[in-house]
Ligand binder design. Structure first.
Ligand code: 13P
Ligand code: 13P
Ligand code: MG
Ligand code: MG
Length: 378
């Protein structure tokens, strides 16, 4: 059975700062998705959040970029925006940059990660959702998962992974893309993706055509789509696991190292990526540190399966694995908190603050203009 899984996300308002959506917003979104199941447009769904971003995870047979699926997401975000406006939530409708939907949410503000594949008899899927950062924040961990044998031992010892993976990388500024094959082109790949201001991994493919797509990342960049800086595009990624793909444990291992990413307060700082559960994803320290949540489902005939009983649970009501809930990741959180505090001691100085051209807010042009006449030639 060929299945598409879509994670479409947006921030349409939150309680008391850029913290968390109101439960009534999530309810409003669920209602729209439930109706879509009743009409037969989607098979199943799960609505969740990381920080202030609402994620609509949907399974269906319509393929990627389908106007019906994007339309459902748009309507759900519109309904959640209405709730935000009614309750006077902060930044109501923040990521809906247009009043009119034109068949695809790309370019309109929300982000989307979508993948289509032939469902295997057991299909484990991990969804990574990050708040207060950008899509290229996934470059480093994805390189570790799919191209680093010191992370994924399967690349060495499992004949099904031994040939490596193909990475599709996008240049988010020139809107170009390239496919690179690893391990042969690993150094070329790293030359590009180590520049996180410009290159982002979009997709990763197994070299076994029967398996096909392995991972996909949302790479819409709000500050570019809108033609001006309006916010970092908090990213998400969908990763299939096991049986010829990295094991779930190999997927999660890189997040024990809280690497520095761009985002955080006003989208203008560098901070450690903090792995946490959904409930702990409120960004509380300087609007951060940037949060990462990982949830896991099995997919069976398009139905999402968590800990619930699929025969008796209402559609959309799931209990996925919330991977970073466990105490072992306390270690990473403690390190991340230390790094966050260390970085903050730099105040507004680089490298804590992003380079001038990446700032989402800036007073530079007006300050430079004001001081222009007093600037003396050396
Ligand atoms: P698979 O061979 O099914 O991917 O399982 C490997 C595994 O779970 C290692 O932890
Ligand atoms: P969000 O992009 O998560 O809304 O955060 C915006 C911000 O400026 C936080 O300081
Ligand atoms: Mg926000
Ligand atoms: Mg956000």
């Amino acid at each position: 059975m060929r299945i598409t899984i879509s994670d479409i996300k947006a921030d349409v308002g939150s309680i008391a700062g850029h913290c968390r959506p109101h439960p009534l917003q999530l309810e409003a979104a669920k209602k729209v998705l439930k109706e879509a199941v009743d009409k037969g447009t989607i098979i199943d769904f799960y609505v969740t959040r990381v920080g202030d971003d609402i994620h609509l995870i949907m399974t269906h047979d319509k393929g990627e970029d389908h106007p019906d699926i994007h339309g459902i997401a748009w309507n759900a975000f519109k309904e959640a925006t209405s709730v935000a406006k009614k309750l006077g939530l902060y930044a109501a409708g923040q990521d809906l940059l247009s009043d009119a939907f034109s068949g695809n949410i790309r370019g309109l503000g929300p982000g989307a990660a979508e993948m289509t594949f032939e469902e295997r008899p057991a299909e484990p899927v991990v969804i990574l959702m990050a708040d207060k950062t950008e899509p290229s924040a996934f470059n480093l961990p994805l390189a570790r998962i799919y191209a680093d044998p010191f992370t994924t031992t399967g690349l060495v010892i499992d004949p099904r992974l031994h040939d490596g993976f193909i990475f599709e990388v996008v240049d988010v500024i020139d809107h170009k893309r390239i496919k690179l094959s690893t391990p042969e082109e690993l150094h070329d790949l790293l030359t590009l993706i180590s520049d996180t201001t410009r290159y982002a991994i979009k997709r990763i493919f197994s070299k076994n055509e029967k398996i096909g797509i392995a991972a996909v990342v949302s790479t819409e960049k709000l500050n570019i789509t809108a033609g001006r800086y309006v916010g970092k595009d908090d990213p998400c990624a969908i990763l299939r696991a096991q049986s010829g793909l990295p094991a779930v444990g190999e997927i999660l291992q890189p997040f024990m190292f809280p690497h520095l990413v761009a985002g955080w307060m006003r989208g203008s700082h560098h901070g450690p990526l903090y792995p946490c559960c959904v409930d702990d994803s409120d960004p509380t320290f300087f609007d951060g540190p940037p949060r990462l949540v990982a949830i896991g489902f099995q997919i069976k005939e398009g139905r999402l399966v968590g800990e619930e009983n699929p025969d008796s649970s209402p559609v959309g009501e799931h209990k996925p694995i919330d991977y970073f809930k466990g105490s072992v990741f306390d270690h990473a959180r403690r390190i991340a908190a230390q790094i966050a505090e260390y970085m903050r001691r730099h105040g507004p100085f680089m490298p804590e603050i992003v380079p001038p051209e990446e700032l989402e807010y800036t007073t530079r042009p007006s300050v430079l203009k004001k001081l222009e006449e007093r600037m003396e030639k050396l």
